[in-house]
Design a protein around this ligand. Structure first.
Ligand code: ZN
Length: 152
């Protein structure tokens, strides 16, 4: 790993304690959680969250949080997943991308007033900034995110 590699950082969620950690992209293979010491997964892009974790990251993330509210039975949601994964990988330094399974966590869908899926919500500074209902093709997703200040 060369010293000249990008120093870009990314916010990641610890699978053990849900703590937020800033890691260096491309140089985090030995990164451990600053809260509980558990090894972090440096390759994680879209994190699956439950309601308490979503609330925690929305409140504490230093970068905008993008949440995909989805369900496994929803065809458009499943089709959107790889598009979202790719977007997330491309925007690791700009945003923290998470997804919440509304079937497993119905109470979370209620808490965030999710009326249809997939719904994408951007949170910034602890509050909802924008939401988008319906799956987007990759280009439209990028465009929408850029209009919300998430862009390369
Ligand atoms: Zn931890």
């Amino acid at each position: 790993m060369s010293q000249n590699e990008s120093k870009a950082t990314s916010i990641t969620i610890c699978a053990g304690c849900s703590g937020l950690n800033r890691i260096q992209i491309g140089n985090a293979s030995n990164a451990k959680c600053g809260h509980c010491g558990q090894p972090l997964n440096p390759e994680a892009t879209v994190h699956s969250v439950d309601l308490p974790t979503l609330k925690h990251v929305v409140k504490n993330s230093p970068v905008p949080v993008l949440c995909d509210f989805w369900a496994p039975w929803c065809g458009p949601c499943v089709a959107f997943a790889p598009i979202y994964e790719e977007f997330s990988a491309d925007h690791r330094s700009n945003a923290l991308c998470v997804k919440l399974d509304t079937e497993a966590h119905g109470v979370a869908a209620e808490a965030f007033n999710i009326r249809g899926i997939p719904t994408l919500v951007v949170f910034e500074g602890g509050v909802e900034k924008a939401r988008q209902s319906g799956a987007l093709p990759a280009d439209a997703l990028k465009q929408w995110a850029t209009s919300q200040g998430i862009g390369a």
